[in-house]
Design a protein around this ligand. Structure first.
Ligand SMILES: NC(=O)c1ccc[n+]([C@@H]2O[C@H](COP(=O)([O-])OP(=O)(O)OC[C@H]3O[C@@H](n4cnc5c(N)ncnc54)[C@H](O)[C@@H]3O)[C@@H](O)[C@H]2O)c1
Length: 271
């Protein structure tokens, strides 16, 4: 069970991003106070997100506090999250939305150093946050819900995205395993796997990057790639960041109290 939201904090890591900021808003609408975090280099967009939330009367009245850390620095993650928990109390919900897509190219041309960087941010970084909050929550023995951002690339495998696909398959495994480790403390862990979500940086990037690769799967014209991708979706449109955020808000809260160790696909019908 996830405890009452009133007076409790939800931590969103990667909150300066398209999905992270939409997730933060959806959680605030549900009554959570927010700790929004992102990489130190993203302090300005993060402050912008926090300011917009505070000014958004329809998004609720909970507090919004910002924090900065690099998820790949496990020591920094642990120290920062322990300090935040000491100041604000242990979070009742944690969402790890930090991530990078990495370069787009077929595996036979993929640079190993590029792949290592994608795995470092998406796998080691997610692991660092999960391990740190798992330790803080288990010590406190407080129920909570943790949601990790995976991707349909990790389920189906996306062309020209081997490192990203591998990293997101790992995130799904992390959620399934951590759900078993943390269940004795009443802590739930799930992952979500969105497919094509737009508008946003990752949608724009992947349309342009898939066109630039020039593979058998997509046109070399970005506009045509966009049409091809949407044509693969039974609902014939991209999902929106707020449609992803609504699923996360449900998973974070008490209405999903018997759901743990699952990967929820958000795809408009694609499998
Ligand atoms: N947008 C999509 O279409 C889509 C689809 C499936 C999965 N996802 C996943 O959802 C998550 C959010 O995607 P998004 O669209 O908001 O992307 P985004 O690029 O807009 O946001 C990602 C955020 O992660 C942060 N980040 C990256 N490296 C970090 C680090 N080392 N430390 C701390 N923060 C770091 C970035 O600063 C950024 O704010 C990602 O994990 C992504 O892989 C996105």
């Amino acid at each position: 069970m996830t405890g009452p939201r009133v007076g409790r904090w939800a931590l969103v890591v990667g909150a300066a991003g398209d999905l992270g900021s939409a997730i933060a808003r959806a959680l605030r609408v549900e009554g959570w106070s927010l700790l929004v975090a992102d990489h130190p280099s993203r302090a300005d967009p993060l402050e912008h997100v926090a300011a917009a939330l505070r000014e958004d009367a329809e998004a609720g009245a909970g507090q919004v506090v910002t924090a900065a850390f690099d998820v790949t620095d496990a020591e920094e993650v642990s120290v920062t999250l322990r300090a935040l928990a000491a100041e604000h109390g242990v979070p009742g919900a944690v969402v790890v939305s930090s991530g990078v897509q990495g370069p787009f190219r077929p595996i036979q041309e993929y640079d190993v150093a590029d792949a290592a960087r994608v795995l470092e941010v998406n796998v080691v970084g997610t692991f660092s946050v999960l391990a740190a909050v798992g330790s803080i929550l288990a010590e406190a023995d407080r129920p909570a819900s943790i949601v990790l951002l995976a991707s349909m690339a990790g389920v189906s495998g996306a062309p020209n995205m081997s490192a990203y696909s591998a990293s997101k398959a790992a995130v799904i495994g992390l959620a399934r395993s951590a759900a078993k480790d943390l269940a004795p403390h009443g802590i739930r862990v799930n992952s979500i796997s969105p497919a094509f979500i737009g508008p946003g940086v990752m949608w724009n990037n992947q349309v342009a990057a898939q066109a630039a690769v020039g593979s058998q799967y997509f046109s070399t014209d970005p506009d045509e790639v966009s049409r091809q991708m949407i044509g693969m979706i039974p609902l014939r449109r991209c999902g929106t960041p707020s449609e992803v955020a609504d699923v996360v808000a449900w998973l974070a809260g008490p209405r999903s109290s018997y759901v743990t160790g699952q990967n929820i696909e958000i795809t408009g019908g694609s499998v």
